[in-house]
Design a protein around this ligand. Structure first.
Ligand code: NAI
Length: 402
């Protein structure tokens, strides 16, 4: 019996997918849990479904021998120790594309609002003033949008921006096919120097840490706008504060921060609070009903594909094997140390247990190999115990009830 434990209010579309596939033992928690309660809640779980606030570390994986896979119902996976999961034979899935449109729409909306100085005008009206002026207010049409990171989200922002009549430039560390009339710019500095609005869509991590620092901000056009809905570590916030206070930038919109509050009641700690030309949002770029529903379905389908067939296509930390039709009377999922002779050992073991291999698929990644074997013969508990006991085995499971 597979037990599925979900946290952080995952959209009901996920539960629908699990139930439709015949997995009915589902426990859903509304929030992220503190470490001890989390470990307790996951005891005996086959699958864990989390979002960005649940941290799964190496010690937790060590304490959860029954856990077979993790679904991150979001895009980022840095809340999970992916290597620890991999070396225990646990694939981790996410939903890399489900909320790109939501982020792209927010960015465009913010670009328009900031070009028109709406945040400060809105604040003034609320304060009882009626400053009816066109000073510093511009259309988006004809302005240059500079996109840093032309991946799933960045490229979609570009397509939408062109529909508004914006000129689109992008800079990416990889060669990317431009969509529409977008143009690649060879360096970040060149992009910053030409753009009226700069929007960041790079991944987090060391290579992008503070790429928007004081020097980068100084390279931006006077009066330009900066939007960051990627990762908080990409922008040096003190330098941005300076650039806004000095008037070098006319506005900014931030959805992500170097340190983000851990709960709804905790305030954001940022020098940008109180600036009326800055839009601050609580990391909701991808948070729409549509994206949550898409994410729920996408990740649940990947998890079901793993439980029913051993499919790992789309796993972020694991050898990828797509779903294949069953060929024998049973399917065995074997994760082993990626060493010479591992496959020979497995075939030998299976033969010893009276199993005839009908079909086999192997993929390796780093320290592990993953092999799906369709076999004829009886795969009972003693066969599974023999396969698990071999030193080359990391973990071994069978697919039942396909
Ligand atoms: P992606 O992986 O499709 O695209 C990232 C692009 O950045 C790639 O083309 C990559 O080559 C490029 N890149 C990497 N380092 C770079 C550098 N130093 N300079 C220029 N380009 C560089 O990622 P995706 O899906 O478009 O997501 C982008 C960012 O948005 C990620 O940081 C993600 O975590 C964040 N995100 C934020 C959300 C929110 O709620 N605010 C929701 C979804 C994603």
């Amino acid at each position: 019996m597979s037990r599925i434990v979900l946290f952080e209010n995952i959209h009901p579309s996920a539960t629908e997918v699990f139930r439709a596939a015949g997995f009915n033992d589902i426990v859903a928690h509304g929030a992220a849990l503190p470490p001890e309660a989390l470990a307790h809640a996951l005891q005996g779980a086959t699958l864990a479904g989390i979002r960005s606030r649940t941290h799964l570390d190496a010690a937790l994986f060590a304490a959860l021998p029954d856990l077979r896979a993790v679904g991150c119902f979001c895009i980022g996976t840095n809340q999970v120790d992916l290597d620890a999961a991999m070396t225990r034979g646990v694939p981790v899935f996410n939903a890399p594309f489900s909320n790109t449109r939501s982020v792209a729409e927010l960015v465009l909306g913010e670009a328009i609002l900031l070009l028109r100085r709406i945040p400060e005008k809105n604040a003034r009206v609320h304060q009882g003033y009626w400053d009816k002026t066109a000073d510093g207010a511009f259309e988006a049409r004809g302005k240059t949008l500079g996109i840093v990171g032309y991946g799933n989200i960045g490229s979609q922002v570009g397509t939408l921006a062109e529909a508004l009549g914006m000129r689109v430039l992008f800079h990416d560390v990889e060669a990317k096919l431009p969509l529409g009339n977008a143009r690649a710019v060879p360096s970040l500095k060149k992009l910053l120097a030409q753009s009226d609005v700069v929007t960041l869509h790079v991944p987090g991590g060391k290579t992008t840490r503070n790429i928007i620092n004081a020097a980068a901000l100084a390279a931006m056009k006077p009066g330009a706008i900066l939007i960051n809905a990627s990762r908080g570590t990409v922008v040096d916030i003190d330098a941005l504060h300076q650039a806004l206070r000095s008037g070098h930038l006319s506005g900014a919109a931030l959805d992500v921060f170097p340190t983000e509050p851990k709960s709804a009641n905790e305030p954001l700690d940022s020098p940008l609070i109180g600036l009326d030309n800055v839009i601050l949002t609580p990391h909701i770029g991808g948070s729409t009903q549509e994206s949550q529903e898409n994410i729920g379905r996408e990740v649940a389908e990947k998890l079901v594909g793993f439980l029913q067939a051993g499919a790992t296509k789309g796993a972020v930390n694991f050898p990828e094997i797509p779903r294949q039709a069953p060929a024998g009377s049973a399917r065995i999922l074997h994760v082993h140390r990626n060493l010479p002779g591992a496959m020979g050992n497995l075939s030998h073991l299976m033969a010893e247990q009276g199993l005839n291999i009908v079909s086999q698929q192997l993929q390796t990644r780093g320290q592990i190999g993953y092999v799906i074997s369709d076999v004829e013969g009886e795969v009972n508990d003693s066969v599974m115990a023999a396969l698990r006991a071999h030193p080359v085995t990391v973990r071994c499971d069978r697919v039942v009830g396909r």
